[in-house]
Design a protein around this ligand. Structure first.
Ligand SMILES: [Zn+2]
Ligand SMILES: [Zn+2]
Length: 350
């Protein structure tokens, strides 16, 4: 089968590999129908998690069940399924303690394109399928469903981890696809004032579509000063860091009121340390909370995300700016690196 792989740091390309044939008793093999390229795929190839040799890339995909193991009851051959980017085992100690994205070890729930072949292939294997396959309702397209695998799950987690009081104020730093879904999540959770921080016009427009009341352009004004001014000098109840840079992280600390929450969903893939601004952190005594997390997976959450699409609460397909066939994926991948042509998410059709 055809796969798109990381050949080494900074190098990608197509490669023929044997299709997976044995799902194992608890696994499943999925025939890929739609996938999305993620900015974190480009971070991986850039070396953020170290070198990988001929590892199939990609972690956002949906498809049709090709084979299931003897112990898998939740889906059968021919079913349309969504599989979260994170596929925990639900048996290890970290999973049993409720931290499924930290399955077996820190970030260990992240298996696709990290410790096993990913989804940019005609077929992919899913571990612990009983817990990780979610049936896609008939009324939902594959294109919409594929957004539940990472963008919606991660973005909504950003809002869930932000402890937004009903009617409260929230600022979301960066309105890329994850930031946009954090904005949508903040709206769904009942935020009273949603401030997006973003400079690109098409992202500003989408931020408003998904629920931002105000979008602050950080190239025109200091976003922290603007947020303080918009909240009567208090700062927001909750700030969501959706970029993964030192600047946006410290701006979140500075823009949050005492007792507020900073929720980090950016991928901090560079440098040795992330620095906390000491004074705005109340010299360590501000009652500010910093929460972190990695895209929660699992069938039960996926079903809830799919329900939000089914009921029209959110339409993530507004983020599809480009569509490519699988054999054109390298172009999509390169565009995600450079952010050419206003790209937000490229949909890959198999
Ligand atoms: Zn992703
Ligand atoms: Zn586990």
């Amino acid at each position: 089968m055809k796969t798109f792989v990381m050949k080494g740091i900074g190098k990608v390309g197509f490669m023929e590999k044997p299709a997976p044939v044995d799902p194992g008793p608890n696994g499943a093999i999925i025939r890929t129908t739609r996938a999305l390229v993620c900015t974190s795929d480009t971070h991986t190839v850039g070396g953020a998690i170290g070198d990988r040799k001929d590892l199939t890339l990609g972690h956002e995909a949906v498809g049709i069940v090709h084979k299931v193991g003897s112990e898998v009851k939740v889906a059968k051959e021919g079913d349309r399924v969504a599989v979260n980017a994170i596929t925990p085992c639900y048996k290890c100690e970290n999973c049993l303690r409720g931290f499924t994205s930290q399955c077996t070890q820190m970030l260990g729930g992240w298996k696709f394109a990290n410790i096993k072949d990913g989804v940019f292939a005609e077929y992919f294997h899913v571990n612990d399928a009983e817990a990780n396959l979610a049936l896609i309702p008939n009324t939902i397209t594959d294109e919409a469903a594929v957004y539940t695998t990472d963008m919606m799950s991660t973005g909504f987690m950003g809002a869930e981890h932000a402890n937004i009081p009903i009617g409260g104020t929230v600022a979301i730093f960066a309105q890329g696809p994850v930031g946009l879904m954090a904005t949508a999540g903040a709206r769904l959770l009942g935020a009273g004032l949603i401030i997006g921080v973003e400079s690109m016009p098409n992202r500003q427009e989408l931020a408003k579509h998904f629920g931002a009341d105000i979008v602050v352009d950080f190239t025109q004004v200091d976003p922290v000063a603007e947020i303080l001014q918009l909240t009567g000098g208090q700062g927001v109840d909750s700030a969501i860091e959706a970029l993964g840079s030192q600047k946006t992280f410290e701006d979140c600390i500075k823009a949050t009121r005492p007792g507020g929450t900073v929720s980090v969903i950016g991928y901090h893939g560079k440098g040795e340390y992330v620095m906390i601004p000491r004074l705005e952190w109340g010299v360590g005594m501000s009652d500010k909370t910093i929460n972190t997390g990695l895209c929660p997976g699992g069938r039960e959450r996926m079903q809830r995300l799919l329900r939000l699409i089914e009921r029209g609460r959110v339409d993530p397909t507004r983020m599809t700016t480009h569509t490519f066939k699988f054999d054109e994926i390298e172009k999509a991948f390169n565009m995600m690196e450079t952010k050419d042509d206003g790209i937000i998410k490229p949909l890959i059709v198999f």
